[in-house]
Each structure stands twice: as C-alpha cells, then as structure tokens.
Design a protein around this ligand. Structure first.
Ligand code: GDP
Ligand code: IMO
Ligand code: MG
Length: 429
C-alpha cells in the first residue's frame, strides 16, 4: 500500500508541480484527480521549463505511467497542445492515459465562464475563464459530455445536440450573443477524438492494478485547499474539490489505499483572483515578494496577490486534509528578509479568532495578528542538508511545524528539481 496524495495547502500555486517532479523519481504512476486547465503546474528540470495544465508532473520519468483521472475536466485542444509540446521534447506519450469518465470542456463552457464573469461585474470571482464552473455544473446537473463519448460518434452527436440546444437558448436568450454551430463543434471534437483515442480508457482499474502490486502511486492535486467549494472562501472558490479526500474519488480508488497525504505550502502565501485574503500585503513587501518569486499566474499571467504566511488558514487546511507531511516551498524567497511575520490569529470585532471562519464576509473583515521572527539573511538555494540551513531558517520551519501541528518533511529552496532539502524521506512507509 503506497499511495501518496499531494495537494495545495493554500490558494493554489504552492509549487505542487515542482514537488511532484521531484518525488516522482521513485514512483510508478502519477494521477491528476481534479480541476482542469485552470491549473498551471511549473516544472523546471533537465528537460527544460514546462507549464503543465493537464498532464501529470511525473511525465518526465520513463518509468512513470501518467493518468488524467475521472475527476478532471479535459479541454481536448489544450491537452493535444500539451502532448505536442512534450513530444517535441522527446517525451514518450505512450505512458499517458485519460479516463473515459473525465468530462469534456466544450466551447460553450469557456464562453459561458467569460459571460458569467462579465455579468457579475464588480462581484466577478476572477476565474481563469477556462470553463471550469460551467463544466462541473453540467457534470452534476447531468448535462455533461465525457471523454469516452468521443469514441462513439453517434452517442457524442446525440449528447452534443441536446446540450447545445439548451446552451444556445441561454446564449441567445439570456446573454443575447449568437448561437454556436452544432456542425462546427461536432467536426472539431470528432477530430480531437480521433487524435485522443489511443489514450482513452477505463483508468481506475489501471490504478487499482498498480496499487495491488504495491507500487508507489502519487495522486496529484490541483488548485489549493482554500479554493475548495465546501471549505474554501465561498463563493471565491473553484468548482471541483482540491482536497486529499477528493483524491480517492477523482482517481477511483478506495480511501483506505491512501497512506500519505502531503500538503504543499509556500513559505508565504499567494492568491490569484478575487476573495478575502487576510494577510495580503498591498505594500512594497508584497511587491518585493511578487518580483523576487515572479508571482504571476502560470495560466493567466495575472499578478498574484502576496502576503505573510497565514497559520490560521494553514492549520485549518491541515485539519480538513489530515496531512501526514508538509512540503514547504519558496523558503529561498525570504533569504534577504531581516524579519518575517506569521499570522497566528485573526481579530474580528475586537475578538480574537484562532479558527478559520466559514463566512467570507467575516474573513474579509478579519485583521491578522502577527508574530515576528528574525530572518536569516543568507542564501539557501544551494543547501541540501537541513542541518546546513541557517539557524533562522530552521527556526522558521520549526515554528510553522508547531503552528500547523504537522511535520515539514520537504523544503524547496528554488524552482529547479534538485533544489530540495529533504528533511525526512516522506515516501518511505
Ligand atoms: P503549482 O500550481 O502549485 O504547481 O505552482 P506554480 O507552478 O503555479 O507556481 C509555483 C512557481 O514557483 C513556479 O514558477 C515554480 O517554478 C516556482 N517554484 C517552485 N518551488 C520554488 C521554490 O522553492 N523557490 C522558488 N524561488 N520558486 C519555486
Ligand atoms: P494550480 O493547480 C491558483 C482560482 C482562480 C479563481 C478561482 C476560480 O496551478 O494551483 P476557476 O477558473 O477555477 O473557476 O477560478 O480559482 N484558481 C487558481 N488559483 N492556482 C490554480 O491552480 C488555480 N485554479 C483556479 O484564480 O480565483
Ligand atoms: Mg499553478
């Protein structure tokens, strides 16, 4: 039994791609289990620099089978482009499989995502406009079209016909924009289907086989815990669950098969899009973090909002995911900082809250209560042994461990694969 789930502990972009690209060296399989191409996972390794939106970050190892699980929403045009890019870099794509149960992002999903955002006007959520809300809404309202449908043109045509009839009514009558053409979408998606056919299959049984053999399987999360539709800052959330618990459903294996759950956290915190963020720094420190870490969205290029580490949100995230380990990234970004703050509680209406409120309108009004630690003012990017980290850095890590009540087993000190201080071997049982 060796299934490890790796998810974002904050608002996404914690460095999941980096961590998985490092850990996958020991794995036999990496499975993406949620989200869609709203995700952008950056991997910097000897093959180059890649921004993966759908293909699991384990694709760079020849022994790793990569699976796009049933919990993912697939935009076939984005996926084909990604396959092409990786082929150009000589990656063997015969190790990639796509679940026939994964839902397809259709042209009306991306169109409606944009129209819904414009309709919200000042209340816009700041989505990535990749069609994520609309595709997952269709999935649960049983109007979705799945990857497997592409293999049966007659079934695909009849599903597309009934969905498009309804969507065109919304487009023309609610949004007053021109309808989409059935023939055009049908032709285009049939062409995608022909190209994707060799990759499509029932994948939960493939994963089950690997699990039964005791092979190391990594489940790759997308987004971050605070964007979860249930536990995140609703309504400023995404539309599929990024939690450890969703790993089992989104890959199709029983929860009891999972034996490790790794939460990836940045040494600070970022958020892209709208919604409350108590520790946001709208000053030169926030600007400094953004420029030093190049905090611009991997999917949309938007500047990310930056702030001090929020341990109230972090503790909550650790609790609802049940992390066994934490992977802390971007420690190097603090290398020049004379002092560093951590938010340990919130103040709301003259009361101190030490738990994460479920209501975004309350979180919006929360003032962070900070604890200040001294920085280490020395380079960490070349360090690989925990003991060799400056005392201030070790102290910072220890404080986060204690605030989150979870061991930090992995520390990343740069974007490249090898820039890792592995504190403990997190993949050993
Ligand atoms: P993901 O969505 O969680 O995979 O994260 P992103 O790829 O969207 O954003 C993380 C960014 O930080 C990418 O540009 C990574 O190359 C980079 N990165 C990852 N880990 C580190 C680190 O420890 N230090 C620094 N400086 N950059 C890192
Ligand atoms: P990775 O996997 C950071 C955010 C969007 C927006 C909200 C809803 O790279 O960490 P959506 O398009 O999902 O309907 O947008 O969620 N968001 C992300 N933020 N990283 C991501 O993915 C994100 N995926 C979605 O910015 O606020
Ligand atoms: Mg990202």
């Amino acid at each position: 039994m060796a299934v490890t789930v790796i998810v974002g502990g904050q608002w996404g972009d914690e460095g999941k791609g980096k961590v998985i690209d490092f850990l996958a060296e020991k794995a036999k399989m990496v499975v993406r289990f949620s989200g869609g191409d709203n995700a952008g996972h950056t991997v910097v390794n000897p093959h180059g620099k890649f921004r993966l939106h759908l293909i699991p970050s384990g694709i760079f190892y020849p022994q790793v089978t990569c699976i796009i699980g049933n919990g993912v929403a697939v935009n076939p045009s984005v996926l084909l482009e990604e396959i092409e890019t990786l082929r150009r870099h000589h990656m063997d794509m015969s190790r990639l499989f796509i679940s026939d149960r994964a839902h397809l992002i259709m042209p009306y999903h991306t169109l409606l995502d944009g129209l819904e955002e414009e309709r919200r006007s000042k209340g816009a959520l700041g989505t990535t406009r990749r069609g994520i809300g609309p595709v997952f809404a269709d999935k649960v309202s049983r109007l979705g079209i799945r990857v497997g449908d592409l293999l049966h043109k007659d079934i695909f045509l009849s599903r597309l016909k009934s969905a498009l009839e309804f969507k065109n009514d919304i487009l023309t009558k609610v949004y007053q924009v021109p309808p989409l053409s059935l023939e055009e979408i049908y032709e285009r998606y049939c062409h995608y289907g022909e190209q994707l056919a060799p990759f499509i299959r029932e994948t939960s049984s493939v994963i089950h086989q690997a699990v039964t053999k005791g092979e190391l399987v990594l489940l790759e999360g997308a987004q971050g815990t605070l964007l979860d539709p249930d536990f995140g800052t609703y309504p400023y959330v995404t539309s599929s669950s990024p939690l450890v618990g969703a790993g089992s459903v989104g890959a199709g294996i029983g929860p009891r098969e999972i034996n490790r759950a790794v939460g990836v956290f940045k040494a600070y915190i970022t958020r892209v899009g709208g919604g409350p963020m108590p520790t946001e720094l709208k000053d030169e420190i926030g600007e400094l973090i953004r420029e030093k870490a190049h905090e611009y969205g991997a999917t949309t290029g938007r500047p990310r909002r930056c702030g001090w580490f929020d341990a109230v949100a972090g503790r909550f995230s650790s609790q609802i995911n049940g992390f066994s380990d934490i992977a802390l990234t971007h420690l190097d970004i603090y290398d020049d900082f004379p002092s560093i703050k951590i938010c340990t509680a919130y103040k709301f209406n003259n009361r101190v809250l030490d738990s994460f409120p479920s209501d975004s309108s309350i979180l919006e009004k929360c003032q962070p209560v900070y604890e200040q630690l001294s920085g280490w003012q020395g380079p960490t990017s070349e360090i690989r042994d925990f003991e060799k980290l400056p005392a201030g850095a070790r102290n910072y890590i220890a404080r986060l461990e204690s605030l989150l009540s979870c061991p930090i087993s992995f520390v990343s000190v740069g974007a490249k694969r090898e820039q890792v201080v592995e504190v403990k071997l997190i993949l050993s049982n």
